[in-house]
Ligand binder design. Structure first.
Ligand code: 5GP
Length: 208
């Protein structure tokens, strides 16, 4: 029996190249979960193989700024010259339906969510070593040296902020990292604070 009926908002951050997307895919391939991925909106151009509405909603700067004015984002941030944001409507709807909503966002955005949603859980994915991270950025092959250098410098600054998260998961192997995230989600659901309404129902039933 489940005492906690509400969905959990799971915020995952980590530097570019740490393998967040791969870990997320492994997570979603597990059986018996009700995880839903929140597709972000961005003004960045699609990378080869990326599809509008699957990896991101790709929009113009003008459209993004209109949505900011209309308060349509749970959070948004600028990252290496582009806007990225989480559309609010879908997150609210899916949480109300009892799903776990997974956001994969950078640190500034995560801190905005921290201020708005006190029940969310914050997980930072870290690389085993910085050398490992640089190699992964270089091997992605889709960006210029200048962009790689910018992303690497940004990664160093993001890792400095990992202490603000509830959990730090090292991506040593993809399966291991996905296991740890699944374990965190299960444990979070069992927290006394989250089970209060179900617990009260148990108490009432016991009185009858
Ligand atoms: P990329 O361009 O590599 O897809 O993403 C760059 C960074 O933006 C990554 O750290 C990614 O997690 C982050 N990001 C993706 N979507 C969002 C979003 O909706 N909001 C924020 N704040 N960051 C995002």
């Amino acid at each position: 029996m489940k005492l906690d009926e509400k969905g959990l908002l799971v915020v995952i951050s980590g530097p570019s190249g740490v393998g967040k997307g791969t870990v997320r895919n492994a997570l979603f391939q597990r059986e018996g979960h009700n995880l839903v991925y929140s597709i972000s909106m961005t003004t960045r151009k699609p990378r080869p193989g990326e599809v509008n509405g699957r990896e991101y909603y790709f929009v113009s700067q003008e459209e993004f700024e209109n949505r900011i004015k209309n308060n349509q984002f749970l959070e948004y941030a600028q990252f290496v010259g582009n806007y990225y944001g989480t559309p609010l409507d879908m997150v609210e709807q899916k949480l109300n339906e009892g799903n776990e909503v997974v956001l994969e966002i950078e640190v500034q955005g995560a801190m905005q969510v921290r201020k708005k949603m006190d029940n969310a859980v914050f997980i930072f994915i870290a690389p085993p070593t910085m050398k490992d991270l640089l190699h992964r950025l270089q091997n992605r092959g889709s960006e210029s040296n200048e962009v790689i250098q910018m992303r690497y410098e940004k990664a160093c600054r993001e890792i400095e902020l990992a202490y603000m998260y509830d959990y730090i998961v090292v991506n040593d192997t993809v399966d291991n990292a996905a296991d740890k995230i699944m374990a965190i989600i299960r444990a979070e659901h069992a927290k006394t604070i989250r089970t209060m309404s179900g617990y009260k129902k148990l108490l009432e039933e016991g009185k009858k």
